[in-house]
Design a protein around this ligand. Structure first.
Ligand code: GDP
Length: 469
């Protein structure tokens, strides 16, 4: 995973432009309500030229965070809509600036005309994510929270939403804060002793930070361990169905579709198109890959060649190996079993239970074997608990699960640096050699939260050690 350039990092520290921005914050479809949103100093005056409060009191004098009834007017001064406005004064707003929301009826034409009128009144179009970006630049949230806002909007299951909501609330930031703080202490202590030799500062002993580094390592390791579940939470479980022809793969697919609505996605690939179907089994989303092959394979010799089965299983979180329980196992079954073993988890679906069973369970090398009849639709009720045990979020989805690839990458790098620092410490390296690793860890963590390392160390020196009197 390469480093991703971050707009936030590039612009942080520069003067925050607070020009009034405006956008439609709701969807583009006709809906009951549509919201026009403004942010920036003077936004109430801008909105006040487009929205006329019924009370006759100017919008900028409206009580804070209270809905005010009024009329929305277009550029010609025609009344377009009866709507409500809410004025939230900074810094206690989402962006940290003054913000106004106009709650209109959700006609795209009304919203477009209202927006145009706001531009005429001096607002400029908001860029993608600009409200949240301002919230970050104004210190209302750190990067992990800002990123979680997008995860929350895009959440496809309640668990994913709950985890993202926890992160918007700062769950991840709070978990990372003690680690960053410990590393900052170590660096600032070292630099303070070095830079201010005459001050009365405790002697710097690297060994006194052994426990702190171990604690940092433990937290980062635990966080990183959540990333596999996090990916599943965000994207669903990548699953493949494997088995020789006629064992009931396509019947299983149909039976699975009975759990809930099937979403079929065609993905034009570089070498071949793949078709993915998504089914919700209990609370787990299964993204079944390569289903086109299965559906079309009835009169083909093989649905997936052995090599392709292995390839598909290698990239999968789950392989569902299907065999026909009414017939003895054949070499082709064993090939499919072998392919299934390449997935992160594999489950055996022992199909055709409505017929006399000819397969010894002991000949199936799987921890989980589910006897089913895809045709009769029996036995599949055992699948949801199995999947939830394997892929469910486990502990409550409270924001402690790492779902974001950028964050995962930064934490991985931070952990590597902390480990190197620990090794250096154990091997008796000089403090400045160890410090390099600690600073690298801080840099990676600074990328996570979006703050800059030098500024923090410097600030901490003056705050904690009261130097510079
Ligand atoms: P695939 O080639 O692995 O996709 O297998 P299909 O799903 O097309 O099924 C092959 C044949 O087995 C069909 O005639 C199905 O009706 C039959 N079949 C599938 N599942 C069952 C089952 O649970 N019991 C019985 N008796 N027949 C089944």
């Amino acid at each position: 995973m390469g480093r991703q350039p971050s707009l936030w990092l590039v612009e942080r520290g520069e003067a925050v432009m607070s020009h009034v921005i405006a956008a439609v914050s709701t969807g583009s479809q006709i809906s009951a309500i549509g919201i026009l949103r403004l942010s920036g100093s003077g936004c109430a005056q801008v909105a006040g030229q487009v929205f006329r409060p019924k009370s006759g009191r100017p919008l900028e004098e409206a009580p804070n965070r209270k809905l005010v009834l009024g009329a929305l007017q277009d550029r010609q001064g025609r009344v377009l809509d009866q709507c409500m406005a809410v004025f939230t004064r900074g810094p206690h707003s989402y962006t940290g600036e003054d913000t106004v929301e106009l709650h209109c009826h959700g006609s795209p034409a009304v919203l477009a005309a209202g927006l145009e009128a706001l531009y005429q009144a001096g607002a400029r179009p908001a860029r993608r994510g600009e409200f949240t970006k301002r919230a970050f630049l104004n210190g209302q949230m750190d990067l992990t929270q800002a990123e979680a806002v997008i995860d929350l909007i895009e959440a496809e299951t309640a668990d994913a939403a709950a985890n993202a909501a926890g992160q918007v609330g700062g769950a991840l930031a709070r978990r990372l804060e003690p680690v960053y703080s410990v590393l900052t202490d170590l660096c600032s202590h070292f630099h303070a002793v070095l830079d201010y030799p005459d001050e009365d500062i405790d002697e710097f002993r690297l060994s006194s930070y052994t426990g702190a580094l171990a604690g940092a390592q433990e937290t980062l390791t635990a966080l990183l361990a959540t990333s596999a579940r996090g990916r599943v939470l965000r994207q669903g479980v990548r699953a493949v169905i494997l088995g020789k022809p006629n064992v009931g793969k396509s019947s299983l697919l149909n039976a699975l579709a009975g759990f809930q609505r099937v979403i079929v996605t065609e993905r034009p690939g570089t070498t071949r198109d793949t078709v993915e179907e998504t089914v919700l089994v209990g609370s787990v989303r299964l993204r079944l890959v390569d289903t086109a092959g299965i559906r079309e394979a009835s009169d083909q010799v093989e649905a997936l060649g052995v090599a392709r089965s292995v390839e598909a299983a290698q990239g999968a979180d789950l392989a569902l190996f299907v065999c026909d329980g009414s017939r003895p196992l054949e070499p082709e079954d064993r090939e499919a079993m072998e392919a299934a073993s390449h997935a992160r988890h594999a489950i055996c679906i022992l199909n055709k239970q409505d017929l006399p069973c000819q397969v010894e369970r002991s000949s199936l090398p799987f921890e989980t074997i589910l006897p089913v009849s895809a045709k009769a639709g029996t036995g599949l009720e055992a699948l949801p608990p199995v999947l939830e045990a394997l892929f469910g979020p486990g502990a409550a989805c409270d924001g402690s699960i790492l779902t974001n690839a950028r964050q995962t990458d930064a934490i991985r790098r931070a952990l590597e640096s902390v480990r190197r620092a620990q090794e250096g410490l154990a091997a008796g390296f000089t403090p400045d050699a160890v410090l390099t690793d600690v600073e690298e860890a801080m840099e990676a963590m600074g990328e996570l939260s979006g703050r800059t390392i030098r500024e923090d160390i410097t600030n901490r020196i003056f705050e904690r050690f009261c130097v510079g009197k």
